[in-house]
Design a protein around this ligand. Sequence first.
Ligand code: HAM
Length: 403
Amino acid sequence: MVKSLRGMNDILSEDYERFTYFIDLASSVAQRYGFHFIETPLLEETALFKRSVGESSDIVGKEMYQFIDKGENDVCLRPEGTAGVVRAFIEKKLDKAGGIHRFFYHGSMFRYERPQKGRLRQFHQFGVESFGLDSVYEDATMIMMVADILKQCGIGYRLQLNSLGDQNCMPQYRDSLVKFIESVEDEICEDCKRRKETNPIRVLDCKNEKCQSLYIEAPKLINALCSGCQSDFDKLKEILDDNGIKYEIDTNLVRGLDYYSKTAFEFVSDNIGSQSAIAGGGRYDRLVEFLDGRPTPAVGFAMGIERLMELIVMPETKPQGYYIGAMDDESIDTVIRLAQQKRATDKVTVDYKAKSFKNHMKGADKAGAKYFCIIGSNELKSGTMIVKNLEDKTETTIAFGEF
Ligand code: HAM
């Protein structure tokens, strides 16, 4: 039997209800914040991710679904959504047009990771990207939007916050960090030795306990921010305080993608096991420029839909729509005709087989219908049907025309 690939799941039945419930809810929140839908291809040139997510990141270094296509192009399935949106933004010349452009998206992402609970090889993200604003109010708005979505889903969280500095303060900090790493180099893991050469700040989120205990003494970027980054970070905290959003400062939060500067944040849940990050994002003011666009400040986030589906508190579903059935064969065509008319405006479940009242009632329950409608030979003759409201249990007989 052919089975799905490891780390790739089907989403159906009850899961699909959660999945679409979340996407509808998050999309309507994003629209309320002034974001517009964008769809970008699943497949992009590999160079796009090398130049954005970064060659030193685990995603590009180890986890890409990369191949040469039939036209000899080096392509890969997108591991995340930001790079494609930035590519589209530049390709459509919105960088040259200037102004503010806000997008939201949802869809599959692919990372060849070791699958475990909450970690898949094909997973789904809901994300937003905002271009054209260097104001820290937009960073705060991103965070408040995630908080808003989580609140509406009934999901509790902890928000972790950091600033990654900019080109004024990051290079100096990087030098001091490299000096520190060299002082403990004999004791750190092989991955960290590699990170020291490629992207030193990534050592700070190494999962190795020995490394972590050594890095407690490492210089902290938060203490080395330039005045611009410091005042933005202070303002961000002030806006969040003002709006009742609680946060923790995590000086080791560096994020797994190389394009961030200044604000970086992650929302984590304590209720889903070790893969606890449910959303992450931050500012990426240099990325448009790195991908050959006109320099444009930008900020965004993405949420992991599978992880959220574990946590969503679904609203109670009320019975809705109609179930219609025939009690004898001669009424079936009429049932189909009436159902077809009603489907112009309502959800209608039809049973094509003639059955007893009781057996049809079982079907109506299973379909979650609010109204149970049935036609037998007597009703057919008089042009009527029996309609039972399954919520308040009232029963009436109506003419076909009233249906
Ligand atoms: P990310 O932190 O790599 O950021 O992913 C965002 C979220 O996707 C994570 O918090 C997690 O919930 C989910 N996720 C990541 N990997 C997996 C996996 N293997 N299985 C299941 N869920 C996963 C980004 O992708 C950035 N593009 C976010 C962003 C947008 N930054 C700015 N704009």
